[in-house]
Ligand binder design. Structure first.
Ligand code: GTP
Length: 317
């Protein structure tokens, strides 16, 4: 006895009497309805759903007289991410399959979709989508990406103050410097070192010193703009890169920080500590090779502040 559809390897149907013969359509339906993937066909223009296999109907329900965006997305209009326009070229001939990944709004699962324009049984071109659930892989990828971003953020942050660390200062600072050179906008730097910090540690303990450093971190966080880069670049050394600013603006900010250090003492147990710092300011030269150079000038100015008695601001143009 021969099978009715040998290419589908279906069981042979009896030729006469008994059970009716298996048609090619039934055979294809058996294959499509047992696939572990969504398969659907919709009209490229009207978005009417013409076919959806059992996998899809089980998740998204019946397709009768409904559009793909109603069934698959519960939307009131075509999806803004619809790929129909990518499936045929300007002459109206089918383009190569378009493969993409997205998260379905209704079941919140991730799918890899393979979209293609194919000739339908009545001759018109229609959209065929085959979508495979890739949620587990996607979740693993997203978790890995998140862990990677967290690790990177931690590697660029100073644990004690929450400011950028030295590495981040140079990494981000050099980017900002290049950007400023390209756009021709000014860039200024403030560098400061706390005065007689060793005495704070010696007199009140290391924990009190840490509290002072944290306090300085908060002062910087609340006084620099989003575009600026504030960092702790050494034990009691800080630097701020000020985007789109000249030395005079940097100097004004430094004076304000010095004043705030005096006005808002650090409370540690029963003592109030009023730290001061020596500030050095500089600004980007048109031919500045890198951030190291700019920082070296600010460092030089900072040492002048120390030499002149500390608790002051010096500019080295
Ligand atoms: N509490 C605390 N102290 C630190 C930290 N990092 C560095 N220090 C201390 O900072 C002090 C720096 O001392 P010095 O380099 O002599 O400088 P200074 O006492 O501030 O004196 P001048 O800079 O000359 O005004 C040292 O005692 C370091 O141990 C830190 O993370 N926490």
């Amino acid at each position: 006895m021969k099978s009715a559809i040998p290419s589908l390897n279906l069981p042979a149907a009896p030729e006469a009497g008994g059970i009716s013969e298996v048609t090619p359509a039934e055979g294809l339906r058996a294959v499509l309805d047992n696939l572990d993937a969504l398969v659907y066909v919709s009209d490229l223009e009207t978005h009417d759903l013409l076919y959806m296999n059992a996998y899809g109907r089980k998740i998204w329900g019946s397709i009768d007289g409904r559009k793909c965006w109603e069934v698959l997305q519960d939307s009131a209009s075509p999806c803004d991410f619809c790929t129909n326009h990518l499936l045929i070229d300007a002459e109206g001939t089918p383009s190569p399959p378009h493969i993409w990944e997205f998260q379905n709004r209704l079941d919140q699962r991730w799918y890899q979709c393979r979209d293609q324009a194919i000739p339908w049984i009545d001759g018109r071109l229609v959209r065929l989508e085959i979508a495979t659930d890739i949620t587990e892989r996607k979740e693993m990828e997203l978790a890995l990406k998140e862990a990677h971003e967290k690790a990177r953020a931690a590697a660029l942050e100073d644990d004690l103050t929450g400011l950028r660390n030295r590495r981040a200062f140079f990494e981000l600072g050099n980017q900002l410097l290049k950007q400023s050179r390209r756009s021709g906008s000014p860039l200024a730097i403030i560098m400061f070192d706390l005065d007689y910090f060793k005495k704070i540690n010696d007199n009140h303990g290391h924990e009190a010193g840490d509290e002072v450093l944290r306090h300085i971190g908060q002062l910087l966080e609340s006084n620099v703009r989003e575009a600026d880069i504030a960092a702790r670049i050494g034990g009691e050394e800080f630097a701020i890169l000020l985007a789109d600013a000249h030395a005079v603006q940097a100097s004004e900010l430094a004076e304000r920080l010095l004043e705030l250090m005096q006005k808002t003492p650090v409370r540690y147990r029963d003592v109030r500590i009023r730290p001061t710092a020596s500030f050095g300011i500089s600004a980007l030269h048109p031919e500045e090779p890198d951030l190291k150079n700019l920082l070296a000038r600010a460092d030089n100015a900072m040492y002048q502040s120390k030499a002149l008695g500390r608790g002051r601001v010096r500019i080295k143009p």
